[in-house]
Write a protein that binds this ligand. Structure first.
Ligand SMILES: Cc1cc2nc3c(=O)[nH]c(=O)nc-3n(C[C@H](O)[C@H](O)[C@H](O)COP(=O)(O)OP(=O)(O)OC[C@H]3O[C@@H](n4cnc5c(N)ncnc54)[C@H](O)[C@@H]3O)c2cc1C
Length: 339
């Protein structure tokens, strides 16, 4: 293959995500990141959408900040599998040469981007929480927690292009939709040799949980080791249901087997940014704070007045959660009856 000089690479790309035939919200978060980077670099922002029967929906990404929407539409792309997605994106990167390519650190992004980075011989910074541009060197600045979340590392990948990164979902709010924005729709066709997959999708089994997945929730009632026992989860579930929210948990609660991993908030779990985050019996370790400190309002209940969680809380209640939560639940029930 023909070698390209680094200078030939231009433009910012973001990877759109399709789930159940719809453009997923993370695509709009990525556009917000991408728009900021593209404006600094003074280049176009392109969003790539691989899916089936998705052209009309993909067009709306222009309203979310894209200059170009590049679509590959094929029945083999209805669901994500790594082989065809990686083959197509590798070909597109070689053809178009973007200088920056970012995806969300979702299951798809975390699976696809490492494969792609190897195929196009580029570096990859996983799980970034901040992205910026070093204007002097025209390089992507990629920031992510390191050393167990105790430091934030700033990473540049000057030697290879594109500069590739995954960013944590919810690390940026989408831009306001602007229906007057103009952009270009590009449809790319690939021949059959791009579509075989070693992975076959047999089924998708959704986990039963209270409320929406925590990364999408507006309200989260989270608990930690202070709950003492998984049997006491009914208290948290009741409060979450009353508030139409979802249940989150610290890693210690997950490790204790009280709830499944999909509820874990923090460095090695999910990053969330709900409007309300209630932390019940959570100490506020730095790795937990890394996943929830951008919540709009944080309420902490902890029996230890020196607990670190109070340093990020907007409202702190020092006391025993087994005394406080039943009172709070009764009060909310009373208010809701009266409403
Ligand atoms: C590499 C790495 C990654 C990690 N990733 C994560 C992560 O993603 N998410 C995460 O959460 N942690 C993570 N951790 C673990 C983290 O360091 C902490 O150990 C964990 O967050 C502590 O959980 P906790 O607050 O539930 O438990 P504890 O630290 O044991 O705190 C329990 C709290 O409950 C309070 N309490 C006790 N009884 C009551 C009561 N009756 N009423 C009210 N309060 C009470 C206590 O005062 C205490 O503050 C990670 C660690 C490492 C090294």
């Amino acid at each position: 293959m023909e070698e390209k000089s680094k200078e030939e690479y231009k433009g910012v790309w973001v990877l759109g995500e399709v789930r159940d035939g719809e453009i997923h919200a993370v695509s709009y978060e990525l556009l917000a990141w991408g728009r900021e980077l593209a404006d600094k670099l003074k280049v176009d922002l392109t969003v790539l959408v691989l899916g089936h029967h998705i052209r009309d929906k993909a067009r709306e990404l222009i309203y979310g900040g894209a200059d170009r929407v590049m679509v590959v539409d094929h029945s083999a792309l209805t669901y994500f599998t790594v082989d065809p997605f990686a083959a197509i994106l590798t070909a597109l990167i070689h053809e178009e040469k973007p200088e920056v390519f970012i995806a969300s650190a979702t299951t798809m992004g975390r699976t696809l981007m490492p494969v792609l980075a190897v195929k196009v011989t580029a570096g990859l910074t996983a799980d970034c929480t901040e992205l910026d541009i070093d204007m002097q060197e025209r390089l992507l600045i990629q920031t992510r927690p390191a050393v167990g979340g105790n430091i934030m590392a700033t990473i540049k990948t000057p030697d290879f292009k594109p500069q590739m990164a995954t960013v944590r979902p919810k690390s940026k709010r989408p831009l306001e939709q602007d229906k007057n924005r103009q952009g270009e729709m590009i449809v790319k066709e690939f021949d059959d040799k791009f579509y075989p997959s070693r992975v076959k999708r047999l089924d998708f089994i959704r986990e039963e949980t209270i409320g929406v997945p925590i990364q999408d929730a507006e309200t989260i009632v989270a608990f930690g080791k202070g709950l003492k026992d998984g049997k006491n989860l009914a208290l948290i579930n009741e409060l979450a249901t009353l508030l139409h929210g979802s249940v989150g948990a610290s890693r210690s609660a997950i490790d204790a087997g009280w709830i499944s991993y999909s509820h874990q908030v923090g460095l090695s779990g999910k990053t969330v940014s709900p409007r309300l985050y209630m932390a019940c019996g959570i100490s506020g370790a730095v790795q937990h704070l890394a996943g929830m400190s951008s919540a709009e309002t944080i309420v902490a209940i902890n029996s230890d007045p020196d607990a670190e969680i109070f340093s990020v809380a907007d409202y702190g209640i020092v006391g025993d959660l087994f005394e406080i939560l039943p009172v709070l639940i009764e009060k909310i029930k009373h208010e809701q009856k009266g409403a």
